[in-house]
Design a protein around this ligand. Structure first.
Ligand SMILES: Nc1ncnc2c1ncn2[C@@H]1O[C@H](COP(=O)(O)OP(=O)(O)OP(=O)(O)O)[C@@H](O)[C@H]1O
Ligand SMILES: [Mg+2]
Length: 487
């Protein structure tokens, strides 16, 4: 449950907030003045404070100033009437997360509140990187016992006393964001702001303004000055996610901030100096982007000072049982129930799957299975189809087992289940890390047809359902002739 504190002396505003946030995940408290709000906050520990700038008693800005002295991290959104954006800018400088213009647009209000709550969670949740399996912190840890993850933990530890820039790489869903938050929590800056920006999620033309702010009139639509994330994050930590998706011009600006801490707002010419620690992440191989001149080499080297590579899950299968247990407990806790257990056959399927979506996909699969399982035990059938349809065990010779998996009776004669056969072949190839599945299968089919027809290409082509010319081309391409020693 997220705790929201509204500080506003207008009864109307309090009333609309009660209506807008009348939902079970949100607990709304209201205060009529800055003084009352400041008294409430230490006890209430709200995830987010939304406060009007103009109130009876001390002003919103003064309240924010006093609040900052108590807690540098409290998430705050300021509300202000149209025409007073200068105050909003002041508020941003004092570390407000964002501001809202009154009268507010309800969808935008909700969006800003949701963003702020997510940012607040990022900051609050202590991400422990020692897998404390039995401890209370268990539900916030990064789980992993594999060598690859142990290396990651080691580097997080080494980074704890430093302000170095770090670059986190790894496929989608491997836990890059989690690791970034762990670095932040174990750094000396953990009492300051942490802001995460997904560079791929923000339209190219808006990213610079999001990061560096803009001056009034900098571009069409820039009706007022805006403070960017770097300025907001002064003394804090900024997490630049999907950094491979930035334009060269934004890259140049980032490089300058990294080198000298300076930048200008878009459309401005006054240099602004900040002290921000940068943690970057990408799922793209940046070396390739550098070679293709899509990513600045100098920025790459600047970011790459400390590199944390998170291996894909299929390369650290020994982490799978730990993760499964962890997610079972996590979902059980969220539902206030005892964790379900898992049938060894189902656990074994999870350990063998190739997990293209990595830990995120595993997490989703376990969650789904928890919901699907009718009793206390998760069965293979409760898992997503692509996992439960994995062949029963990985045999050395796919022959009879493959036929069985495809639904063909051992003695032949039954109808072949092509869909199952295709699925099985595909999964097999994926498990072996084969990339070109189709040519591999095609080659084997052609060899079989030629063997059966003793090298008669006309008959073989007929069996395969292709023309003789096509067959001849394939035989050449796959270099089948030498192998079968046929003419
Ligand atoms: N080692 C781990 N232990 C526990 N949970 C993990 C671990 N790795 C990833 N997760 C969970 O998996 C999900 C995906 O992780 P995260 O968002 O950090 O991945 P990502 O690498 O940033 O992915 P993407 O590239 O898609 O943004 C999250 O819910 C995260 O909590
Ligand atoms: Mg991510």
């Amino acid at each position: 449950m997220d705790k929201l504190l509204l500080i506003d002396d207008e009864a109307d505003v309090q009333y609309s907030f009660r209506r807008i946030f009348d939902q079970p995940e949100i607990e709304l408290t209201t205060a009529d003045s800055g003084e009352e709000g400041l008294k409430l906050i230490p006890r209430l520990k709200p995830d987010l404070v939304i406060m009007d700038v103009r109130m009876g008693g001390i002003s919103g800005l003064e309240t924010l100033r006093r609040l900052r002295a108590l807690d540098a991290k409290q998430m705050v959104i300021m509300m202000t009437a149209y025409g007073t954006t200068q105050t909003a800018i002041e508020a941003m400088k004092l570390g407000a997360y964002d501001y809202l213009l009154k009268p507010f647009d309800v969808p935008r209000l909700k969006q800003i509140v949701l963003n702020a709550l997510k940012a607040a969670r990022d900051m609050r949740q202590v991400v422990s990187y020692q897998p404390l399996l039995e401890s209370e912190d268990y539900d916030l840890g990064i789980v992993g016992r594999s060598e690859g993850m142990q290396n990651v933990f080691k580097i997080i530890g080494q980074l704890a006393g430093s302000n170095a820039t770090a670059l986190i790489t790894g496929e989608s869903g491997t836990g890059k964001e989690l690791v970034a938050r762990a670095i932040y929590h174990h750094s000396q800056r953990n009492a300051q702001t942490f802001l995460a920006i997904n560079c791929a999620a923000i339209p190219e033309n808006l990213l610079e303004s999001e990061l560096f702010g803009h001056e009034k009139g900098a571009f069409t639509g820039a009706a007022a000055q805006r403070i960017g994330k770097f300025e907001q994050c002064h003394h804090g930590t900024i997490f630049l996610d999907e950094i491979g998706d930035m334009t060269l011009s934004t890259q140049a600006k980032i490089l300058r901030v990294l080198q000298s801490g300076a930048f200008e707002r878009v459309g401005g010419n006054q240099p602004i100096q900040v002290n921000v620690r940068v943690i970057a992440a990408t799922h793209k191989p940046l070396e390739q982007a550098v070679a293709a001149r899509e990513f600045r080499e100098d920025l790459f080297y600047r970011l790459n000072v400390v590199r944390l590579h998170i291996p894909p899950l299929r390369e650290r299968r020994d982490d799978i049982p730990l993760l499964v247990n962890y997610f079972l407990k996590k979902f059980a806790q969220a539902q206030g129930r005892a964790p379900k257990s898992i049938l060894p056959a189902a656990a074994e399927l999870l350990e063998r799957f190739h997990w293209p979506g990595n830990v995120r996909e595993l997490e989703n699969a376990v969650q789904r299975a928890t919901v699907m399982a009718k009793g206390d035990v998760i069965l293979p059938g409760d898992l997503p189809a692509e996992i439960s349809s994995l062949p029963a065990a990985a045999p050395d010779k796919p022959g009879p087992a493959l036929a069985a998996a495809a639904g063909a009776p051992a003695g032949g004669g039954g109808a072949l289940d092509w869909a199952a056969l295709g699925r099985t072949l595909f999964q097999w190839a994926r498990q072996e890390g084969k990339l070109k599945v189709l040519p591999a299968v095609e080659r084997e089919l052609i060899i079989q047809a030629l063997l059966e027809t003793k090298g008669n290409q006309v008959q073989a082509a007929k069996l395969l359902g292709i023309t003789r010319a096509t067959l001849r081309k394939r035989v050449e391409k796959f270099k089948i002739k030498q192998e079968l020693a046929i003419q």
